[in-house]
Design a binder for this molecule. Sequence first.
Ligand code: ZN
Length: 331
Amino acid sequence: VEAQAADFALAVDIGGTKIEVARIDRSGQLLTPISKQRVPFGPDGSADARRLIDILAPYAQQSRSQPGRCYGIGLSVCGNIDPHSGEAVLVPNLHWRNLPFGQMTAEALKLPVYSATDVRMAALAEALWGGAQGVYNFLWATVGTGYGGYLWLNDKLYGGLHGFAGNFGHITLDEVNGYPCGCGRKGCFETFVSGPAIARAGQAVLDAGHSPALAHLAQDGRVTSAMVFQAEAAGDLEAQAIVEQVIRLISINLGGVVNLLDLEMIVMGGGVTHGSPDFVARVSRRIRDFLMTVEARRDLRVIHESFPNAALFGAAAHVFIESGVNCLAKG
Ligand SMILES: [Zn+2]
C-alpha cells in the first residue's frame, strides 16, 4: 500500500475508567493531543457500548475532513480480545463477555476497526517506536489497577494458544492466605502488587495506627496508592515497607519470567510505576537477586515505558500493519 506522510490511524484506548483518543501517524507521532473521556457505564454496571460509540463518532467524523487518509480505528481494550475475530471475549473491568464491540463500531462509524488487548498493543508500540526497538525478546509489564503484560519473543508478539499469554500477574503466590483476585481465583501476584493492593496495605497500617504520615495524608480516612508513595517519600517507615515489599514481589515474579525465557529487556508502565521517580530503577536492581545466571544479571535491562499511553500508540500501529502499511521507525 502506497502511504503518504499525512496518513494516520484513529487510535482509541478503552481502559477500566477512561477512554483516550488520538490521531497517530505511521512514525508513531501524535497528530492531535490525546483526548480523554470517562467510560460511560449503564445501570447494570457494564460499560455502555452504544454510548461509547457515540463518544467516538465525532472523532471518526473529524477524521474524514483531514488531509491524510484515515486507515481505520485501532481499538485497544483492557481485557481479552480474540486476536482473530476482534470480539471482546472477557473484559472484567467493563463487564463485557463475548461482545463484538469492534464490529459494532465499524458498522456504526463506517471505518475499518482493528481490536486488540491493550497490553498486546503496548508491547507492539514499544517494539516499533519505543525503547524496545531492535530488541528480539522482551516483556511489557504494567502495574496499575491490574498487573500483567505481554511478550515479544523472537522479534514478534507471542500470544500463545488463545492470545492470552503474558498473564504473569495471575501466577499464584499464596492461594491459602491470599486475597481474592479479579480473575476469580485467590492469591495471584496481582493481589499483592497492584494499585488497589498498595492502597489496601496502606489502609491496614493506617487503621492499626502505625502510620502518622498516612493519617495526615488521608483526611477522610481513605488511603490511596498515591498516598502510600507520598508517605514513603516523606520517610514513613510503614509506607517504605509496603513499597519495598511490592518491589520485591514484582522482582520475584518478573525474575521468574526472565529465568524461563532468557529475556533481554523488561519495559514497565502503569500508574504504580510512576508512584516514585526511581520505581523502575529499584525493580531493575532488586530483580538481579532473583536471576539465575550471571549473564542475565549482567545483560537484562529494565526500562520505563516510552509513551504517555503505549497501548494507544500500539492501537495505531495495529491499524497500519493490518492495512499493509509500513510503520516507520521513530526518528
Ligand atoms: Zn488472578
